[in-house]
Design a protein around this ligand. Structure first.
Ligand code: SF4
Ligand code: SF4
Length: 668
């Protein structure tokens, strides 16, 4: 007897007609609800990008990359069991439908046996995942998870579907046993325990299962599980821009709409609106938010849900989210990095800030920053005439001098506003100059021709002030034929690397740690190799997370690489202990999961109440490593952590020092 089975066992035409009517009604209810949401998404701005639909679908939907790499240990395996279990059963049902309604009758023989076995095992995986999810909500209750009654009913519905599916299989085997039933081990095991099953009993259970399926389909858009539908769409259509690139606003757009930024939900793009529906309210974003962590009102999950709540209404974003919350964001992108469905919270927040800034809602020190930028072209208010003070007596080559002598240079050292104003940052740039000379690098600085990149203006919400800076800087780069740029500031690094291409400014951009790591690997400089555990490293958000560069600072220190899911196998080998890496004392949150110092997104220039400073929390984490030195790789982090240290442990004697200074020491 060839292994196979017939569909609609014991059931004639009336059953079939009733079943198809029920399913058509359920799918109709689903489609009607999705159509309503679709209409709301379409009220948004058109999408101006081409997505890698197939690649994103493969990586983030089928491969579940974000879930695997960003969720806590307890959540990821549970979600993977449910997702792959559900997906396999869905594919199995689709194959069955193809076999039943097409001329291809492949549901037999060895294929059938493999099919039965796979579906049984993956059904079991789904069952385990669902029980795990139920226990997690009922007993473990992680802080980040909000559980409503409907969440429990959803899980109960899914469990009922899975269990009745197994029993239906077992009933079939008990009613009409076949020698190959053992290929579905779970169903076969249950069947062994059942008495002989009559046709009416089988039909009764069959209908119960079918009604559960219909209910599930019809209510799906009302449940948190709607992300099954919407997350697939939003993930596949996610913008291809790097995490560090904010969407550009064009002057034509402003002329057309008479508005800068987003006042209401429909002022976001259609994709951003769709992504709001994909939110499963898992709370991971809130859990990692540095502002929320110190008790500020900003809650990225609420940002998403608040905006979703006003979609299709006259509600304003600033009221749904609150202005205070919008200004509290450091744009650290921890929420974006961790979100399993690729929501871009920073885009949402900055676009809302743009509207508030244009409406003159910016006051206090942040408004001063913008005035300062306009008058001095420096975030620190340092006039151009003082931009060369830090280099006095250090013989720093200037681009204008080299060009006037007909000489060339290979790389532009971009000093940044902190680098010409802040005592520590000036020292870092002087140390870097020394190292570049020692390594024989042909470099030059712009001196008084350099100005702010515009990053703080853009992130605070003054898009057109940012664009002015971007265009003027690009003009300077083009005038001098700049091809490569190196900078100690991750904020400058990010905006020149990821955002200047929006204005046709394309350069090879390096952070000092990348440049030093390269010079060390070429044998032109020595790495510090600090004693094991004596140094800890604070990864800057805009380097490690936003630009996925956590290895270079470690390589520059001569330390073992931070091994995590982002590390390539080659990096793993190159920086393994057998290759001479020393061990730095790693804080709990490091590399792409680093904790923000609180300075990004213009927060450097805004006041924080003394009990709500993200830097204090970060300093404590770094002190907990027991290291005697904290290595930093960003002038903003340096300033914030120094202030935090003064408050948290002024007598600790723990020194905060830039990686460049550590490399300088090793090459003295
Ligand atoms: S925005 Fe993303 S991380 Fe935050 S709750 Fe929603 S799905 Fe979870
Ligand atoms: S970017 Fe950072 S500060 Fe802003 S909402 Fe996300 S996690 Fe919070």
């Amino acid at each position: 007897m060839e292994p196979t089975r017939s569909e609609f066992l014991f059931m004639g035409l009336p059953h079939k007609v009733a079943f198809y009517t029920l399913m058509a009604a359920a799918v109709g209810v689903l489609a009607w609800q999705v159509r309503d949401r679709f209409r709301l998404w379409m009220t948004g701005r058109p999408i101006g990008w081409k997505s890698d639909w197939l690649g994103n679908f493969g990586r983030y939907v089928l491969g579940q990359r974000k879930v695997r790499t960003s969720r806590p240990k307890s959540g990821a395996p549970m979600h993977l069991l449910i997702f792959y279990g559900f997906l396999t059963l869905f594919i199995g049902t689709t194959l069955l439908a193809i076999n039943t309604y097409s001329p291809w009758k492949f549901h037999k023989g060895t294929y059938y046996l493999v099919y039965e076995f796979t579906l049984d095992i993956m059904g079991l995986a789904l069952l385990v995942g669902l029980l795990w999810a139920l226990a997690r909500r009922a007993f473990a209750k992680p802080k980040s998870l909000i559980s409503s009654v409907s969440d429990f009913w959803t899980l109960v519905l899914l469990l009922a579907l899975t269990v009745t599916g197994f029993f239906l299989e077992a009933f079939r085997m008990a009613a009409v046993p076949k020698p190959f039933d053992v290929s579905a081990p779970v169903g076969h095991w249950i069947a062994q325990m059942l008495p002989p099953i009559s046709a009416p009993a089988y039909i009764g259970l069959w209908w119960f299962h079918a009604i559960l399926v219909a209910v599930f389909i019809a209510v799906l858009p009302q449940l948190r599980l709607r992300h099954i539908l919407y997350a697939m769409l939003s993930t596949a259509g996610a913008p291809p821009d790097p995490m560090g690139a904010l969407p550009k606003v064009s002057i034509e757009e402003v002329e057309e709409t008479g508005r800068i930024g987003a006042q209401k939900a429909e002022h976001y793009t259609r994709w951003h609106l769709l992504s709001l529906d994909a939110c499963m309210e898992c709370g991971r974003c809130t859990e990692v938010c540095p502002a929320n962590g110190v008790g500020k009102t900003l809650d990225p999950r609420q940002v998403v849900q608040g905006i979703r709540g006003i979609l299709g209404t006259d509600g304003e974003i600033a009221a749904a989210v609150t202005e205070e919350a919008l200004w509290a964001c450091t744009t650290c992108s921890a929420c974006v990095e961790v979100c399993p469905v690729m929501i871009r919270h920073v885009d949402l927040i900055v676009d809302a800030r743009r509207f508030l800034a244009a409406e003159g809602k910016l006051a206090g020190s942040a408004a001063n920053l913008l005035r300062q930028l306009q008058s001095t072209e420096s975030a620190w208010g340092t006039p151009a005439s003082e931009r060369e003070a830090w280099m006095e007596g250090h013989d720093v080559p200037l681009v204008r001098d080299l060009v006037s002598r007909g000489e060339t240079f290979d790389v532009l050292l971009w000093v940044g506003c902190a680098g010409v104003s802040d005592r520590n940052a000036m020292g870092v740039n002087r140390a870097f100059v020394k190292l570049l000379k020692k390594a024989g690098v042909r470099f030059a600085c712009l001196g008084k021709e350099e100005r702010c990149t515009g990053d703080p203006a853009r992130r605070i919400g003054d898009e057109f002030l940012y664009q002015q800076f971007a265009e003027m800087n690009i003009q300077t780069f083009e005038q001098y034929g700049v091809k490569a740029i190196v900078t100690a500031c991750p904020h400058c690094f990010n905006t020149i690397r990821n955002e200047y291409p929006q204005f046709e400014g394309n350069y090879e951009v390096y952070h000092t740690s990348q440049f030093l790591a390269k010079l060390i690997e070429e044998g032109k400089l020595r790495a510090p190799h600090p004693e094991d555990g004596s140094v800890t490293l604070h990864d800057p958000c805009y380097l490690a997370r936003v630009n996925n560069e956590a290895d270079a600072p470690r390589r520059a220190l001569g330390a073992e690489s931070n091994l995590n899911e982002h590390t390539t196998p080659i990096d793993r080998w190159l920086h393994s202990p057998m290759n001479g890496g020393t061990k730095i004392a790693e804080p709990e949150r490091r590399a792409q999961k680093t904790l923000c110092c609180g300075a990004g997104g213009g927060r450097m220039w805004m006041e924080d109440p003394p009990d709500k400073r993200p830097s204090d929390r970060r300093v404590q984490e770094l002190l907990d490593t027991g290291a005697s030195r904290i290595a930093v790789a960003c002038p903003f982090c340096h300033i914030m952590l120094e202030a935090g240290m003064q408050k948290v442990a002024p007598e600790s004697g723990v020194e905060i020092v830039d990686i460049v200074r550590l490399v300088e020491e090793a090459n003295a």
